[in-house]
Design a protein around this ligand. Structure first.
Ligand SMILES: Nc1ccn([C@H]2C[C@H](O)[C@@H](COP(=O)(O)OP(=O)(O)OP(=O)(O)O)O2)c(=O)n1
Length: 856
């Protein structure tokens, strides 16, 4: 045995030397002094781990010896865990993440389980239950042994990593479910695109289906009508978790970081749970949910079984609430690797039949089945049985499928089919079927829209069908009104999108953000910029628009959050900066973000969440770091030219923006103007997209606005800056309203040709244009409304209030004359955007006309 071990070790050293020789660029010595032994099945495989050790200076032991420094395992039975109690049993992600980061990460954050002998994991315990500390790392994490949690867990929780600690980011992302879900979603969208590009046009699944049809004498008379399928795994995370826990089938289950029967947590000082609960109750309309106690878990349920749903438990609910509804609820831990494997298998299974797939997320997709059904002479229901059977066979998890003639019908059909079922909404049944659908089930109907509909007495599609199109447009605006009108009748003309084009790359953290000073925030933002940069490089993209998203503690919210290191009740602030050229570089991204941050009146200690998003993406194949930096430096120091439209900021692909502009009457009028004008585009821009209207602190006339120099302001020490802001913008810290999204294009760009409206026009010229637009057009087009709003918002950002005011007054005059409700709606939309931007930039709204002589 000793000889065999020695031989294997020798072989490893030889292989490592060879690998090191042929892959010298890829190699490193980050695992120097580390000798691993892989115990059992792991992801990545033992072979991959061996190779990683080989390439990066570590040692791989085929057998565990006294020289083994770490045991790598994904899953260990209890008896094994007891045996290995004194050893460092670490998850394989420790190796993977270390290689990715290019340095040896602290193994303690990757321990498979905690025990007195293992160094304790202090990350990810964002909840009030002490037992979660164990739950995060335990592999067999069912909620059966909460009593074993020692009091030291509670004490040590206080040392949990927060955003000021160096390993925080990698730790956060390895535990964040939202990170995993969104990454997987993007991954599978890309995967489908890749499969389409590489396809040889053969579909083995179709052949199997045809064969099956022949054997079962299927002679379905297929029509040429479009058939769209929506397929969705049933309680996905739970189903994956049940594969290894068959004894739990049929029980009320939930996947969550926390454990059900947790020991009550000690109360932290400063927590005002009642305040937060009230807020969450309002936000989620939790009227029917039992009140939560001080010690109830605020851990969110990612997925719950259908047995739990029968008691009223829902995905996204707090565990504390869920346990009140369903005291027998059992919890099981996350298994991110398992989700990825099953998703992969799901996509491959469907892709064997067709590649007319629009990936929605890791467990959900739309499929245009028209072709498959025609070729195989099978009915939608036959195809569904065949496919669902294959999926269950291969993944061990069930899926439900719905069919209809468009995506809306297909999705609603799946809802009816769930769990583990299938349903075909035939064209002849659509009108009856739609009647009982509640408005919340329609796409785009969120909480706000649903509550507006409820106040109009509308609960179901049948209620909604009583309104004519123009009434809905008047009430909700042209676009939403149109959509509601069609959707409540089962109509949906949005085609499936098979070719995925990545629109944004981002990294957000909303846990553990606790800074005591600006320096800490700056250090963290640089790290986050690094994360975004590495994500961009991974997908070989770079982007021109950089957005900073902040969660800022709401003024009235307690400093200590009920959820330990959670974000609590926050205001959302979003600001963007558009660059002259696309970038992926960490330093440039960090610099832009920090420059945005400095313009915001936000105290570092109030930050609770930070996100960086890069949009307006383009391929990085021509990437040139030096040139990028050079260009940007050049434009900063030189003239500030160009701007951009909100449409572009919304990360639509460029072609969409152009198509929008082609149909724009205002744009074509402006283009004519630009052709006549010889003025070079020269201005700063600012556009805004807003959610709720902020309640004005005061209403001012333009001359009342004091002008603070942002550059000077930004350069002031924090305490003096706050004092100046308090004096000159007393309401500034409360300007940031919940859900208000502001896009600030303050950064210069070198574009000489600006696709946005009016960028080189004087206020008089814009006024003339507005007059012509309102007088000549029957209906305002939404792209024109947006363009004009952009222009006005840019004027506000440039503190050019007089010009903005003249144009708005002129718009009001012509709209008032026009006596048309759609024009009045357009005016209100523009005014709302103007006032929201005013609030953010000046801390006050303007006195503007908002009612018309002839309300129509
Ligand atoms: N608030 C949520 C909702 C979902 N998810 C995760 C867990 C889910 O299992 C997975 C898929 O979400 P679905 O909305 O498809 O929900 P389920 O698959 O859990 O249930 P259903 O059968 O209703 O589709 O995404 C999550 O983490 N948090």
């Amino acid at each position: 045995m000793a000889a065999k071990k020695a031989k294997l070790q020798e072989q490893f050293s030889e292989d490592a030397a060879k690998e090191g020789g042929s892959h010298s660029n890829a190699g490193s010595s980050i695992f120097q002094g580390v000798a691993i032994f892989v115990n059992g099945y792991t992801v990545p495989s033992a072979d991959s781990l061996r190779r990683m050790m080989m390439l990066h200076g570590g040692v791989y032991h085929h057998y565990q010896t006294d020289k083994t420094t770490h045991i790598i395992a994904s899953n260990l039975p209890n008896c094994k865990m007891k045996q290995l109690r004194t050893l460092k049993v670490v998850k394989p992600s420790w190796i993977v993440d270390s290689v990715r980061e290019g340095r040896l990460l602290d193994y303690r954050h990757y321990l498979l389980y905690t025990s007195k002998a293992q160094a304790r994991l202090n990350f990810g315990v964002g909840e009030v239950e002490s037992s979660e500390l164990v739950q995060v790392t335990k592999t067999s994490g069912e909620n059966s042994n909460a009593a074993s949690v020692s009091t030291t867990d509670v004490a040590e929780r206080k040392q949990s990593l927060n955003a000021t600690e160096p390993d925080f980011l990698s730790e956060f992302y390895s535990h964040s479910r939202l990170h995993h879900i969104s990454t997987m979603g993007a991954l599978f969208k890309q995967y489908v695109t890749q499969l389409r590009e590489q396809s040889d046009g053969r579909f083995p699944g179709q052949e199997r289906l045809q064969e099956w049809g022949r054997r079962s004498n299927s002679s379905y008379n297929v029509s040429s009508e479009k058939v769209i399928m929506h397929i969705d795994m049933d309680c996905f995370f739970v189903s994956v978790g049940l594969r290894d826990r068959p004894h739990l089938r049929g029980l009320p289950l939930a996947v969550t970081h926390a454990k059900g029967n947790a020991t009550p947590a000690q109360q932290r000082k400063g927590v005002d749970r009642a305040f937060e609960m009230n807020y969450y109750r309002q936000k989620a309309e939790l009227d029917t949910v039992p009140t939560m106690d001080e010690t109830d878990s605020l851990s969110e349920i990612a997925s719950c079984s259908y047995e739990a749903r029968k008691c009223g438990v829902k995905n996204g609910m707090f565990l504390g609430t869920a346990l009140k509804l369903c005291p027998n609820l059992k919890t099981i831990p996350y298994d991110f690797e398992g989700y990825k494997q099953v998703s992969h298998c799901l996509y491959n299974t469907v892709a064997a039949f067709t590649l007319d797939i629009e990936a929605v997320s890791c467990d959900e997709m739309f499929v245009d089945c028209t072709d498959v059904l025609q070729r195989s002479c099978t009915s939608p229901m036959q195809f569904a049985s065949f496919l669902r059977h294959e999926i269950e066979d291969k993944t061990g998890c069930t899926a439900s499928a719905g069919f209809g003639s468009n995506r809306l019908q297909a999705r609603l059909a799946t809802k009816k089919a769930k769990p583990n079922g299938q349903f075909h909404l035939e064209p002849s049944s659509v009108s009856v079927f739609m009647r009982d659908i509640v408005v919340e089930d329609l796409p785009g109907v969120g909480r706000n829209l649903a509550s507006r509909l409820h106040t109009m007495g509308v609960r179901t599609c049948s209620d909604l069908q009583h309104f004519i199109q123009s009434q809905l447009q008047k009430e909700f605006g042209a676009k939403t009104g149109n959509a509601l009108y069609g959707h409540c009748r089962g109509e949906d003309n949005q085609a499936l999108n098979f070719g995925h084009q990545r629109k944004s790359v981002s990294a957000e953290v909303n846990y553990g953000i606790r800074f005591t000073n600006q320096e800490e925030a700056v250090v963290f933002i640089k790290q986050l910029a690094g994360e975004v940069s590495s994500r961009l490089r991974k997908v070989k993209l770079k982007g021109r628009c950089i957005t900073l998203k902040l969660m800022v503690r709401a003024k009235e919210a307690p400093i200590e959050t009920a959820k330990f290191l959670g974000h609590g009740v926050c205001d959302q602030v979003t600001r963007s900066s558009t660059l002259a050229t696309a970038v992926a570089d960490q330093d440039i991204i960090a610099r832009e973000v920090l420059s945005i941050l400095r313009q915001l009146p936000v105290r570092p200690s109030d930050l609770r969440g930070i996100g960086i998003q890069v949009t307006r993406l383009e391929s990085d194949s021509m990437g040139n770091k030096f040139l990028d930096s050079f260009l940007i430096r050049g434009t900063r120091g030189g003239q500030e030219v160009g701007s951009s439209t909100a449409a572009q900021e919304e990360s639509y692909p460029q072609s969409t923006v152009q198509a929008t502009n082609e149909g724009s009457s205002l744009q074509s009028r402006a283009t004519a103007h630009q052709a006549e004008s010889s003025t070079v585009v020269q201005q700063e821009g600012c556009t805004s997209e807003t959610g709720h209207a902020a309640k004005p602190q005061s209403q001012l006339m333009p001359h009342e606005l004091c002008d603070l120099d942002e550059e000077v302001l930004a350069a002031l020490p924090e305490d003096i800056r706050q004092e100046v802001l308090q004096t000159y913008r007393p309401n500034s810290s409360s300007q940031v309203q919940r859900d208000v999204v502001v896009t600030n294009l303050k950064s210069p760009t070198t574009e000489q040709v600006d696709t946005s409206l009016c960028s080189s026009m004087t206020a008089d010229e814009v006024r003339a244009l507005v007059k012509e637009w309102v007088s000549c057009e029957d209906m305002p087009q939404s792209c024109d409304v947006r363009m004009l709003a952009d222009y006005l918002e840019r004027q506000i950002a440039s503190r050019n209030i007089d010009d903005m005011y003249i144009v708005v007054k002129c718009l009001y005059r012509y709209v008032n004359k026009k006596n048309s409700s759609v024009w009045q709606d357009a005016y209100q939309t523009i005014i709302k955007k103007v006032q929201d931007t005013m609030l953010v930039v000046y801390g006050a709204t303007l006195k503007l006309q908002d009612s018309f002589k002839h309300d129509v």
